[in-house]
Write a protein that binds this ligand. Structure first.
Ligand SMILES: NC(=O)c1ccc[n+]([C@@H]2O[C@H](COP(=O)([O-])OP(=O)(O)OC[C@H]3O[C@@H](n4cnc5c(N)ncnc54)[C@H](OP(=O)(O)O)[C@@H]3O)[C@@H](O)[C@H]2O)c1
Length: 280
């Protein structure tokens, strides 16, 4: 990413492989959604840093491909295929992880799904339950099932989005609601969980298969999957509770002080985008 965009976009990040190695070598870290995008990049960085990297997602072939890259570079990786949207699979995969690894030093809750559809145009009814399952209830159930392995000092990282921190935007209801819901749930759970450290990472736009289908995003500056993974792993090297680009505070303040004006702005942008999308 060009220097100016990086300056404008980037959240704090762990760009020093030696710093990551200091904290990750010999540790066991579970990364969900490790078969693609940010999760795969985070798993590779952890593997390179000497962590035993446990990788969860639905597609075993993709997980195995990332695990093979980690092993080829001298790291250790183990794959756990499971669908976070299926409560029975969540329970079963947690039992398998606990049987293999009685202690987890960190869990990166990264798996996620994004749907960008106008509810008013009759977005499929399944959107909301599906996103709530993958982005909220599934990861919450997984962490609760893994409690026996999460001891004092374990770090739980939530890969969230800047959109979870500002007012609702057109087309984003199911995504924003599920991401914000899990974030709040995790912060509340952490308050009852002595010694476990929780950090939320609010990412801006990242170039991955998730953001690829949106035409408009191809013209906007974005982080690469590796740059985003460096931000995601930052809470392992610094005891922060929040990682976000500096400009997110401005959006949060605008949501608080001028929600109506911000809402009008977001609706105007959406109307422009619709016109642009339907251009011949
Ligand atoms: N890309 C962005 O612009 C952006 C911005 C802010 C935040 N984020 C967040 O970053 C995280 C990673 O997204 P990404 O951009 O890297 O997207 P991605 O490339 O589409 O990766 C999503 C990952 O989640 C896994 N996943 C999806 N549904 C799942 C399910 N039901 N059970 C288990 N795993 C599932 C996918 O694996 P399988 O398909 O193999 O299951 C994949 O590994 C998400 O939480 C997203 O909300 C992304």
């Amino acid at each position: 990413m060009p220097r100016l965009s990086r300056l404008l976009l980037s959240p704090p990040a762990c760009r020093d492989p030696a710093a990551l190695r200091n904290v990750a070598a010999g540790r066991t870290v579970l990364v969900t959604g490790a078969s693609s995008g940010i999760g795969a990049a985070a798993a590779r960085q952890l593997g390179q840093a000497g962590a035993t990297t446990l990788m969860l997602a639905r597609r075993p072939d993709r997980l195995e491909a990332v695990a093979a890259q980690i092993r080829a570079a001298g790291g250790q990786a183990q794959v756990y295929p499971a669908d976070l949207g299926d409560p029975a699979q969540v329970e079963a995969v947690a039992r398998a992880i606990l049987a293999d690894h009685p202690q987890l030093d960190a869990v990166v809750s990264n798996a996620g799904r994004s749907v960008r559809r106008r509810a008013q145009d009759g977005a499929p009814k399944a959107d909301l339950p599906r996103l709530l399952g993958v982005n909220f209830s599934g990861p919450a159930a997984l962490l609760l099932a893994l409690r026996p392995a999460l001891a004092r000092g374990s770090v739980l990282i939530n890969v969230s989005s800047v959109s979870a921190r500002h007012i609702g935007a057109p087309r984003w209801g199911a995504y924003q609601g599920s991401k914000a819901g899990f974030d709040l749930w995790l912060q509340a759970a952490a308050a009852e969980w002595p010694g476990v450290h929780v950090a939320s990472v609010y990412l801006p736009l990242v170039r991955t298969p998730m953001s690829a289908p949106t035409r408009l995003y191809r013209c906007l500056p974005a982080l690469s999957d590796d740059e985003a993974a460096q931000a995601v792993l930052f809470p392992l090297v610094r005891p922060v509770v929040r990682v976000a680009p500096w400009w997110l505070r401005g959006a949060e303040l605008a949501s608080l002080l001028a929600p109506a004006a911000l809402g009008r702005g977001l609706r105007a942008l959406e109307r422009l985008e619709r016109r642009w999308e339907t251009r011949p």
